[in-house]
Design a protein around this ligand. Structure first.
Ligand code: ADP
Ligand code: MN
Ligand code: MN
Ligand code: MN
Ligand code: MN
Length: 344
């Protein structure tokens, strides 16, 4: 495994500094989605005491980020890099007139969730990613030919542990068909928590990869002729989880069928352009041009897992979202289509 010298050096030295006492003071790292809508940014502030919740005066004092934007803390996590009592806090971004910034899809997501609260909607997302070396080639691939089967376990395990420590509902991980490609699952999460948790798990992935001297790419198609990277979303409502719920699952799938293009246009950050490269109909994907569904069919847009059909209840899986999708936008679109009554 070729790890860059700088990442080796920093690891040995870092421990010395991290064991210095910090008194009652607390480092809080504020994290937010930047203007691209795809990248995360962060900055750290010293608080006099450990915040006990989001309401703490010191923490909730929203402050201006670098470009006249305001950051509003919305979810607090433990910091797995500098450890307790330090915190990571996910923030919403408001513009200078205190309106949600263009890339702040969370606010609108909350509004939609409020309308359908009684459905108790759960989501689980499967985040796929590709590890790239600093040369931007898939990590551990030699310049010519194919890579050693697994050079990535350290990164996967470190990220897993970091998620558990932080409080992310990580359900598992698996390697993918393409070497250097991995997946982890987050959920089930109710409502807007899905987006919060997935974004934070992406932040952890970025940070862990930085420690190992590699880059995690969420590009939905890193290499032609190999599997792309998606972010399957699994969905259930209370009535789908109850006896006979399959009827409700099938009704939701039909509604999705009628809004295929609308969904494709928000399942990646570029109006469907990214998914055009990925949803080819090959490599366990369905064609972007046509909606399809089926029981246990991994070549469909929407799959009903086999045991759901057997038990006549459970959840369905929308396989269309790209790895770089915004989970707030995706969850919001699914709710609008499947649950919110048509507005006149
Ligand atoms: P796949 O067979 O598609 O690879 P995975 O095991 O990778 O499935 O992922 C299953 C996902 O389904 C997980 O993200 C999990 O949180 C989610 N999930 C499980 N039960 C439910 C449920 N009742 N409602 C919504 N999502 C669920
Ligand atoms: Mn999976
Ligand atoms: Mn899968
Ligand atoms: Mn997968
Ligand atoms: Mn899946």
């Amino acid at each position: 495994m070729s790890v860059s010298l700088s990442s080796q050096l920093s690891k040995a030295l870092r421990q010395t500094y991290l064991s210095l006492p910090q008194g009652s003071q607390c480092m809080v790292t504020y994290i937010w989605i930047d203007v691209t809508g795809e990248e995360l940014r962060c900055k750290t502030r010293t608080l006099k005491d450990e915040p006990q919740g989001l309401e703490g005066e010191e923490l909730s004092q929203c402050f201006q980020s670098n470009s006249d934007m305001f950051l509003i803390p919305v979810r607090l996590f433990r910091d797995p890099f500098t450890l307790d009592p330090n915190k990571l806090v996910l923030c919403e971004v408001l513009n200078s007139s205190r309106e949600p910034a263009e890339t702040n899809r969370r606010r609108c997501c909350i509004q939609v969730m409020e309308k359908i609260k009684e459905h108790e909607i759960w989501f689980g997302m499967e985040q796929e990613y590709t590890l790239l070396g600093v040369d931007k080639r898939p990590f551990s691939w030699p310049t010519n030919g194919y890579p050693a089967p697994q050079g990535t376990f350290y990164i996967v395990e470190s990220h897993y542990r970091a998620c558990l420590y932080t409080g992310i509902k990580i359900g598992g991980t698996n390697a993918e068909v393409m070497p250097s490609q991995g997946e982890f699952q987050v959920g089930p999460c109710e409502g807007v928590e899905m987006g919060d948790q997935l974004w934070m798990s992406r932040f952890l992935l970025d940070r862990v990869c930085e420690d190992f001297g590699v880059i995690a790419s969420l590009d939905p198609k890193s290499l032609k002729n190999w599997n792309g990277a998606g972010c399957h979303i699994n969905v259930s409502t209370k009535s789908m989880r109850e006896e006979g719920g399959l009827t409700h699952i099938k009704a939701a799938v039909e509604k999705l069928r009628n809004k295929h293009q609308e969904h494709i246009s928000v399942y990646d950050p570029h109006d469907g352009q990214d998914n055009l490269r990925r949803l080819t109909g090959l490599h366990e994907t369905a064609s972007i041009h046509e909606f399809s569904s089926g029981v246990a069919n991994r070549g469909a847009s929407v799959r009903i897992p086999r045991h759901m059909a057997q038990e006549q209840r459970g959840y369905f899986e929308d396989r269309r979202p790209a790895a770089n999708c915004d989970p707030y936008t995706v969850t919001c679109a699914i709710i609008r289509t499947c649950l919110v009554p048509e507005e006149d």
